[in-house]
Design a binder for this molecule. Structure first.
Ligand SMILES: O=C[C@H](O)COP(=O)(O)O
Length: 249
């Protein structure tokens, strides 16, 4: 049985005071809560791990460099992230792909760096609005999967997040049929490349405007094992109902 994961990506939001949300979230989470992951900005990682210790909430980073160390001003390595006590790192988020011109080959290297540091890589893929309108979604997804997933993926070192770029922060959400189509397609692709023992066990997350009022609809899809949530993960009161909807799915 695949594990369910509710992941929150705080993006460039929050200060130390925001870590109070972790305890608030724990208090609101159902007893049968799935795995919960919060990815705060890098300066909060150490303190977030401290604050999350008694809650069972896991902590992850939002990006890492592909190298372990070196002259890369402003960057952080997967080893440094692991040193904070974090368990996951997001790689290939569309905001990084767009703003920093990260390509599939960069994402692949970062995922391997994450594994080498003992972290689970949350590898993001997703098509642009133009590709969506041109009905190119599955071709784009196939290319991103082929390019971004390194050989060596196991049932436990990777989570894949499908985030249509046009749905991120826009309030637009694909229909359940569209979500089912893309997630079934991803499942089929990873099974055919990595075999059923691995491909069947990798959690697939949906991301893009997941809110308390649409989460139950999204989690109806058989191959949606959770969500990567941006805006609605910042406040425990918004994220907790999403976690409950996942627990009940
Ligand atoms: O990483 C999270 C996604 O980009 C989704 O963001 P959003 O929930 O604010 O649309």
């Amino acid at each position: 049985m695949r594990r369910k994961l509710a992941a929150g990506n705080w993006k460039m939001n929050g200060t130390a005071a925001s870590l109070a949300e972790l305890e608030a979230l724990k208090a609101l989470m159902p007893e049968n809560a799935p795995d919960v992951l919060i990815c705060p900005p890098a300066p909060l990682l150490f303190r977030a791990n401290e604050a999350a210790r008694a809650t069972g909430i896991q902590i992850g980073a939002q990006d890492c460099h592909a190298q372990n160390s070196g002259a890369f001003t402003g960057d952080i390595s997967a080893a440094m992230i692991a040193d904070t006590g974090a368990s996951h790192v997001i790689v290939g988020h569309s905001e990084r792909r767009e703003a920093y011109e990260e390509h599939d080959s960069d994402v692949r290297k970062k995922a391997k760096a994450a594994w080498a540091a003992g972290l689970t890589a949350v590898i993001c893929i997703g098509e642009s609005a133009d590709n969506h309108s041109a009905n190119n979604t599955l071709d784009i997804i196939a290319g991103q999967l082929a390019g971004s997933l390194p050989d060596g993926m196991t049932a436990t070192n990777t989570v894949i997040a499908y985030e249509p770029i046009w749905a991120i922060g826009t309030g637009k959400v694909p229909t359940l049929e569209q979500i089912v189509e893309v997630h079934d397609f991803i499942r089929g692709k990873i099974i055919s490349r990595f075999g059923a023992e691995i491909g069947d066990m990798i959690p697939l997350l949906y991301g893009g405007s997941v809110k308390p009022d649409n989460a139950a609809m999204i989690f109806k899809a058989e191959n949606v094992d959770g969500a990567l949530v941006g805006g609605a993960s910042l406040k425990a009161a918004d994220f907790a109902p999403i976690i409950s909807a996942l627990a009940d799915s």
